[in-house]
Every structure is written in C-alpha cells, then in structure tokens.
Design a protein around this ligand. Sequence first.
Ligand SMILES: O=C(O)CCC(=O)C(=O)O
Ligand SMILES: [Fe+2]
Length: 346
Amino acid sequence: MATTLQEAYKENPINIQHILPIDFHSIQQVPDSHLWPKINNFQASLDEKNPNVPVIDLLAPNVVELIGHACKTWGVFQVVNHGVCSKLLDEAESQARRLFALPAEQKVRVLRSAGGATGYGAARITPFFSKFMWHEGFTVMGSPLDHARELWPHDYQYFCDVMENYQKKMKALSCQLWLLILKHLEASQEYLNSSELIGALQLNSYPCCPNPNHAIGLAPHTDSLFLTILHQTSNTKGLQILKNGHGWTSISPVSDEALVVNVGDLLHILSNGEFPTVYHRVLVNKTKHRVSLAYFFGPPADSLVVPLISSKDVGVVVPTYRSLTVKEYVSLKAKHLEKAFSFIRF
Ligand SMILES: O=C(O)CCC(=O)C(=O)O
Ligand SMILES: [Fe+2]
C-alpha cells in the first residue's frame, strides 16, 4: 500500500503554503491566519453529562461482541490489555516530542513535498479550510531513516528504532482487531487477509496556544482507512468526537496505556454503513503541549472495497455504496474531503 498510496498522493499535490507550519516556538500571539471564530471550548459540566465511550478489555471472553457493539453504536472505543507495553508508548511519545522541539529551520529540512506522503508538515486537510490549524505533524511509513539522518546526523538511530518498533506493534494490534471485526461482520478471513494490511504513522503536535478559544488543533474530519489506533498524551484533553444527540464529546484516555480506536471511511463502506465513520476534531490549550501518535491502517491500495452484505440479507439489504479501490477513494477524499461519500453513494 505504501507505494500505491504514495502514488495517490502524488496525483493530488498540495500547495507548499498548505504544507509549511508556522514557527510555533517564536509565536507570542495567534496570527489572523490561525484565528478561527469562537470554538465551542471544553465545558466540564457538559462533558461529564456525556455518556462515556466504551472501554474494551481485549482479554474479555466476549470481545467480538463488545467490539461489534462499540463499532456500531459509537464508531470509537478505548482498548486496554492490548499487549503494547507502556514503556514503548512513552518512548514513542518522547521521541515525537524530541522531533517537534527542534528549531523550525531544522524541521523544514524534512518538509513533506507537494505530492509527498512522508515527512514534516501541516495536516493533509489544511487546503479545505480558510484558516490554518494549531498543529504540526510528521508522517512515517516504514523506516524514517532518511529523514532522521537529516534531522540528527549523528544521533538518528534511536528515533528510527523506536518508530519502527512502534509501527510493528501497532501492525500486530491492528491485525488482532481486524480479525475480531471480520468475525463480527461474518466476513470470510480470506476476504481481507490481515497479513496484507498496511499502515502509516502520523505524529501530531499541538503546541501551547495563547488563545485556545479561537484556534483549533485539527479541524473536524474523518479518517480515511479502516481503523485508526491513537495514543495521546495522558492528562491532556484535546480529542473530541461528534456523537449524535450529544454534540462534541471529549475522549480522554482512561489510563496511561489505553489506546483509542476509531472507525474510518473504508470500514464504514465495507460494513455497508453499519459502522459510522467518526467525525472528530482536536482542541488546544494554553499550558500543555499535547502530542498524539495516530496509526492508520487499511487494505492495499489496489484492493477493492465491497460493501459486505451477510448471506441471510442478500436480496433484502441493498448496498449503500458502490465498490471502489482504496486508491480511488483516497483520490476522491483528497479532492472532496467528506463529500467523497456523495460520489459513491447509491
Ligand atoms: O490528536 C488526536 O487526538 C487526533 C489525531 C487525528 O485525528 C489524526 O491524526 O487524524
Ligand atoms: Fe483523525
């Protein structure tokens, strides 16, 4: 997938002005370019009234049922007892912090190119909004060696080791979750072989913001692939999902090692709309520099995503979306963001 996803990005280049983040280290005030109309910020009392996102113990005997129910009702859940040790989560976060702490002139050396997939830069959704986000990111697919060498000519190995190990562990967890989801959907295992799943790692940084009521870390969006596994700084709120009937709901980690898993667009299509794709955003705050690591995983770019209809429903339930390749969907999303669905809905 990495290569063909990179091809899809190459076909939809982004203007350099939408890739280059501002120098957050030197900024005292939110510039007009980053000033949004008042953001409906955290309201503790409202958050407390909101129902909590499901927390799933991966060792629970009824885990298939729990995940199926969470995907259907929320499209998002937290997992615990997932087997990724907290030491690795901490190390990956601290290596991400080490990268973002570098001076802007250094980070720019590994700036994502216009049609590129990896490297330092603003969020891919930037061109769809008239204001910029309070965010900088770094995307890794496989080994980050070339970029790490540019950043730390004499001290790049540890960063590479941690990022590669982190992706390996996330891939294993993705495969485990994927098999449980296929079981729930009653899909044959050959249908999307978990060994073919591929991922990309996105490091996100949300620096302290002098005016958090008028800035946004990441504007509302959905993730494109099957699932996203997210590690976020503990004790720092930021991620919110739009929950029907409840408005924006915060998702704070239930423990230091809990990971957030959310359904992406391709799984929404594959489940024939049974699982909602999750609209989410990130808020910023004045005093805490929040960092997150999002691992996106999905099928190879050339594979066809066909809405699944269980054998007992054939002839009764009709597909909501037409089938399409991953690459085709990524291209539609790069051009139309969430309006991409309107091009494939029957
Ligand atoms: O930082 C977060 O909590 C969310 C990140 C995210 O939504 C993304 O990388 O797509
Ligand atoms: Fe996201």
